[in-house]
Write a protein that binds this ligand. Structure first.
Ligand SMILES: NC(=O)c1ccc[n+]([C@@H]2O[C@H](COP(=O)([O-])OP(=O)(O)OC[C@H]3O[C@@H](n4cnc5c(N)ncnc54)[C@H](O)[C@@H]3O)[C@@H](O)[C@H]2O)c1
Length: 253
């Protein structure tokens, strides 16, 4: 699909991988609406420029996400959704004191990452299903999993469960939406240098970078954005989760 002239919604677009994707899409000629909870969303949209809009929205909230897609459709034809919003929340199955892990934390992390992904997918796809096809396509949805979907580490039980759910959803969604001529792919990043890692100490960051076989460094958000751009552009990419991780395979901890 040609990116020039399309409208794209980027969730989590106020930071990290989402922000880099919004920047890339604007540079390629798309109009972008950022959906995020971040208080600096307006500022980020201004910095990105190109008429980028920010709508404060929680991806798990249907009304708020509907408002995001309304704004997108005011700008033109919504053809792409890149869903990057998400976050972790560490617990163990049984904690060090022998108590069962928090069901509340588990539910919250699954709600934000997995339920939020389905909410964005279903609402975005319903809008796109009404588009006129261009070269046999109505639109594309990209979701964000993690290598934790495949090799979750100790403490990542809710996050890994949610991200694995997104991977599982991908082929089903692509099959469901094939008759609507909408594609669905998922990107599973390894370790990327985003504000998520700002809270991590320098020696831990260095260890994370050193664990990547090649290139031996953290991923750059622009490299995630490059893959998102390619997925939108390439009509044969569908129903697949693509790892972008420098060949990292996470150890248990
Ligand atoms: N950075 C990494 O190394 C890495 C690795 C694997 C997967 N991921 C995934 O990539 C995605 C983006 O991560 P990032 O590193 O850019 O993180 P980030 O913290 O820089 O950005 C995430 C953005 O999502 C927003 N957000 C969180 N919950 C939200 C909600 N309920 N509704 C709307 N917005 C919400 C935050 O406000 C933030 O702006 C996440 O899904 C994350 O799990 C990141």
């Amino acid at each position: 699909m040609e990116i020039k002239g399309i409208v794209a919604v980027v969730t989590g677009g106020a930071s990290g991988l989402g922000r880099a994707t919004a920047e890339k899409l604007v540079a390629t000629g798309a109009r972008v609406v950022i959906a995020d909870l971040a208080p600096n969303g307006e500022e980020v949209a201004r910095e990105i420029g190109g008429g980028t809009r920010f709508v404060a929205a929680d991806v798990t909230n249907t009304e708020q996400m509907d408002a995001v897609f309304d704004v997108a459709q005011e700008l033109g034809t919504l053809r792409a959704v890149v869903h990057c919003a998400g976050r972790g929340g560490p617990i163990r199955v049984v904690d060090r004191e022998g108590n069962p892990g928090s069901l509340e934390v588990y539910e919250t992390v699954v709600r934000i990452n997995l339920i939020g992904s389905f909410n964005v997918l279903r609402l975005g796809a319903a809008r796109m299903a009404k588009n006129e096809p261009v070269e046999g396509e109505r639109g594309v949805v990209i979701m964000t999993a993690s290598v934790a979907a495949f090799e979750g580490q100790i403490g990542q039980i809710p996050y890994a469960s949610a991200k694995a759910g997104i991977v599982g959803m991908t082929i089903v969604a692509a099959r469901d939406l094939a008759s609507h001529q909408i594609r669905v792919c998922t990107i599973a990043p390894g370790t990327f240098d985003t504000p998520i890692l700002e809270r991590v100490k320098e020696d831990v960051r260095e260890a994370l970078a050193a664990a990547v076989p090649h290139p031996r460094r953290l991923g750059r958000p622009s490299e995630f954005a490059l893959l998102a751009e390619q997925i939108i552009a390439n009509p044969m990419l569908n129903g697949e989760t693509i790892r972008i991780d420098g060949a990292i395979r996470m150890p248990p901890r």
